[in-house]
Design a protein around this ligand. Structure first.
Ligand code: PLP
Length: 407
């Protein structure tokens, strides 16, 4: 397995010998001491927090004293999740949000002004693009979408008023990989903040802040929670300054996480390493099997030597994850038949859960894009996205085999 690649030593989680390892930190969240010794972080299901007296309330509001005021602003259960994920990403603090899109919206609105411009990955998560093109554009925000794995295209797209470079890597669902160290140098030379959507990789496989990114965000809904029972998001910043710019925006936008959501995510997070290792082991096997199948035109899996950026992946990531995209020889029609024939894989959007999911981006997650934009982003009509779960790999292969017979 590729997960301990010596060339990625600088992306390994532990900064020094005494710092606990990644899986240890997953199991022992960064929480305040519990007076009863509770092993899990309790759910502080309270909208508001009592002040000891008027002076205490004033001190909390003035920021002279740490503590909690109101759950939209902060909450102990949510804070434990924020601190845990910030630690895993190597950032200075986390900002949990009601959804992944809430995290995207808070970052855009905090870092972009009217008349400024953003450069983004062309195959970025559909609504992350729609939010700018259909909504923020009305407030004077400009944006360009390029294949960020091609650094020359990024250089060309940056304008004097560009403030933000926004990258999704590996990208969804084309699985294009952007060189984070190189793009962070370009972004910083041109005075831009680099934001990375790390949903596909998670901090277990990739730590963008250590490669030069300024902000990392996640749809917690996917791998971090991993059980298809919570929608949520999180932002982690490299500096306190960025934390101070983004957190008030989240608070005023009102897209805070809920304490019960945070509790479930802390629970899901404990097995992040185990889940990724298991799903990845199956994905390596399934991708190779699909690639050899006579009905398959091509496969995109970052763990296959046939992936055009396989070497960059080995340098930048700790492993390959469990997202596979492939195109059938029969194009869209064959893809539809495949999706209607699978019995074990569930036909549903989303990804990164314990259950295997299959979907068709052109008619589902990326249906909002024009066909030329989709093709430019590498999303062909027949592309099928397959998110490998933790079922027995023999069962997944048998399911694909019978479904491909019908396709
Ligand atoms: C799902 C997803 C989002 C949006 O997250 P929600 O939790 O659905 O709001 C953003 N980016 C990526 C890469 C995603 O997969």
């Amino acid at each position: 397995m590729p997960t301990h690649n010596p060339t990625t030593a600088d992306t390994q989680p532990s900064k020094n010998q005494s710092e606990p390892g990644f899986n240890t930190r997953l199991v022992h969240p960064h929480a305040d001491h519990d007076p009863y010794g509770a092993v899990n972080v309790p759910i502080y299901q309270s909208s508001t927090f009592a002040f000891r007296n008027a002076a205490h309330g004033a001190a909390l509001f003035a920021g002279r004293e740490g503590g909690y005021i109101y759950t939209r602003i902060g909450n102990p259960t949510i804070r434990a999740l924020e601190n845990t994920v910030a630690g895993l990403e190597g950032g200075c603090g986390g900002i949990a949000t009601s959804s992944g899109l809430g995290a995207v919206a808070a970052v855009y609105m905090a870092l972009l002004d009217a008349g400024t411009h953003m450069v983004s990955t062309a195959s970025v998560y559909g609504p992350s693009r729609g939010l700018v093109e259909q909504h923020l554009a009305r407030f004077g925000v400009q944006s360009s979408y390029v294949d960020t794995s091609d650094l020359a295209r990024v250089q060309e797209a940056i304008r004097p008023n560009t403030r933000l470079v926004y990258v999704e890597t590996p990208s969804n669902p084309a699985m294009q990989v952007t060189d984070l160290r190189a793009i962070s140098e370009i972004a910083h030379q041109r005075g831009c903040v680099l934001v990375v959507d790390n949903t596909f990789a998670t901090p277990y496989l990739q730590r963008p802040l250590e490669l030069g990114a300024d902000v990392v965000l996640h749809s917690i809904t996917k791998f971090i929670n991993g059980h298809a029972d919570v929608v949520g998001g999180i932002i982690v910043t490299r500096t306190e300054e960025l934390q101070r710019r983004i957190r008030p925006l989240m608070v005023n936008l009102g897209c805070n996480m809920d304490p019960h959501q945070a509790f479930l995510v802390l629970r899901g997070l404990k097995t992040l390493g185990l889940r990724i290792e298991r799903a990845q082991q199956s994905a390596v096997q399934i991708a190779a099997w699909i690639e050899a199948h006579p009905k398959v035109e091509w496969v995109r899996y970052i763990g296959l030597p046939s992936h055009p950026q396989h070497e960059l992946v080995r340098r930048q990531m700790r492993g390959f994850g469990s997202m596979i995209s492939f195109e059938l020889k029969g194009g869209l029609e064959a893809g539809v038949r495949l999706m209607d024939s699978v019995r074990l894989a569930t036909l549903a959007v989303s990804l990164g859960g314990v259950e295997t999911l299959i979907e068709h981006p052109a008619s589902m997650t990326h249906a909002g894009m024009s066909r030329p934009d989709r093709l430019a982003a590498g999303i062909t009509d027949g592309l099928v996205r397959y998110s490998v779960g933790i079922e027995d790999v023999e069962d997944l292969l048998a399911d694909l085999e019978q479904a491909l017979r019908n396709a």
